[in-house]
Design a protein around this ligand. Structure first.
Ligand SMILES: Cc1cc2nc3c(=O)[nH]c(=O)nc-3n(C[C@H](O)[C@H](O)[C@H](O)COP(=O)(O)OP(=O)(O)OC[C@H]3O[C@@H](n4cnc5c(N)ncnc54)[C@H](O)[C@@H]3O)c2cc1C
Length: 405
């Protein structure tokens, strides 16, 4: 009998497994349908012995001391400040746009005040900022929007920025100084021996049993557990009963080159040319020294593994229906980026999981039902019945005929 069945061994599932086992003494079964732990943060040494990130570059940055110190129990950190350049008009310039970007692009020699004036002149005031296009054009004007954002966004999302929420571009900074760091968080560092090693140490506890290559649905009927923590796609949990939640996917093309350095920056973005959005060279991120170097290209796709929730109001509306069901589901906790249909960074998911741990430890079951309407509670109940059917009746009050299926 397990106290918890945890679905998904990414940040959400692994942080909760660690807390529940180590801090609360619970018995945990952690399952993942992939053949590895660490979810999308999974890294590995390739055939040439170079540490690569299988699912694209993962750079750790956070303002949360709690999260940084929590993860720091399982890894040493290597200080690392990320930098990105964009290939525009035949040259590489820093991104986010800063003083050097403007000077290099236009052959100018402006200081901070000069760039401020420049941006004021080119920015187009827009009264009601609704879309991503409005957001960027109102900040940097149409020309820079077209050089840096328009086509990149089209590639990334398969949609014109005029069709996407303003929120997609709202956080894109524009700097009038020479700060070329991609992130400005207080803590910026990479796990010294990689993410997978950090997860291995997190999960090394006798109360945690791990099953890989296992979809939870294939074992639900075979094992007994009291509660479930679900970190997979929320629509899939409910058999897509309200329809599928749209995601954007990616294809990763990994290559190793027989040179020690491939490009002059850790990441180079290609807003306008090529089908890929960016190239990452891993040795910058990991600090590894090697005669060869490994890179990855990212090709955005409409179909495939779910990576980015598509930020459009109608998708949020659809998610709200699933959320109401999830909130009404007894004995199942939904955590992480897929289960809450939101793009979260690694630190945000770790924080969400730490908060969920505190909630689970202090929770009273009745609180679950508080907000849901009657029909949603009934539907959630029928899903609960379906899941109990598969759990071999772990003390549930289901009629006997259900338990024999
Ligand atoms: C290309 C890319 C780059 C990113 N770069 C960064 C970055 O630089 N910095 C940063 O902070 N964040 C980055 N992120 C975000 C980061 O990947 C996520 O925040 C983090 O992985 C989320 O953890 P999670 O546990 O919620 O989900 P995941 O890591 O996706 O884990 C969920 C797990 O559940 C498993 N699962 C799903 N359904 C089932 C099922 N039915 N049965 C069994 N197992 C199941 C999946 O196989 C998966 O392993 C990036 C994401 C992408 C896609």
């Amino acid at each position: 009998m397990y106290d918890f069945l945890i679905v998904g061994a990414g940040y959400a599932g692994s942080v909760l497994a660690e807390r529940l086992a180590r801090e609360a003494g619970k018995q945990v079964l952690l399952v993942d349908r992939r053949n590895h732990i660490a979810g999308n943060a999974y890294d590995l040494y390739n055939d040439d012995g170079i540490l690569i990130h299988k699912y694209g570059p993962h750079i750790f940055h956070t303002n949360s001391k709690e999260v940084f110190e929590y993860l720091g129990q399982f890894t040493e950190w290597r200080p690392y400040e990320h930098r990105v350049e964009a290939s525009v008009d035949g040259q590489l310039v820093p991104i986010p746009i800063n003083l050097d970007t403007i000077n290099k692009l236009y052959g100018l020699n402006l200081d901070s005040f000069g760039v401020e004036e420049f941006l004021k002149k080119v920015a187009e005031p827009i009264e009601h900022v609704r879309t991503s296009e409005d957001q960027v054009v109102s900040k940097v004007g149409r020309e820079l929007y077209e050089k840096f954002f328009k086509n990149y966004t089209k590639k990334q999302w398969g949609m014109d920025p005029s069709e996407l929420d303003a929120s997609v571009a709202a956080r894109i900074p524009v700097r009038t100084n020479r700060d070329n760091r991609y992130f400005t968080d207080t803590y910026q560092a990479m796990p010294l021996h990689g993410y997978t090693r950090m997860f291995e140490r997190m999960l090394a506890h006798p109360n945690i049993h791990i099953m890989l290559n296992t979809d939870y649905r294939s074992i639900e009927g075979e094992i007994d557990y009291k509660e479930m923590i679900y970190t997979g796609p929320v629509d899939e949990f409910f058999d897509n009963c309200y329809g599928k939640l749209p995601y954007r996917s990616l294809e990763f093309k990994h290559e190793t080159h027989n040179v020690s350095v491939f490009q002059p920056a850790p990441v180079v973005n290609y807003p306008n040319e090529n089908l890929y959005t960016r190239i990452t060279e891993f040795k910058y991120l990991t600090g590894q020294e090697h005669l060869k170097t490994s890179i990855v290209y990212e090709f955005p796709l409409a179909e495939g593994d779910p990576y980015y929730p598509v930020p459009r109001p109608e998708n949020q509306e659809l998610y709200k229906k699933y959320k109401a069901l999830a909130d009404a589901m007894p004995g199942v906790h939904f955590v992480g980026r897929l289960a809450t249909y939101k793009y979260y960074n690694m630190d945000q998911v770790a924080a969400q999981a730490l908060t969920m741990f505190k909630k689970i430890m202090g929770e009273k079951q009745e609180e679950h039902h508080a907000a849901a309407d009657r029909a949603t509670v009934q539907l959630a109940h029928s899903f609960a019945m379906a899941h109990k059917m598969r759990t071999n009746g772990n003390g549930s009050a289901l009629p006997h005929e259900y338990l024999e299926h």
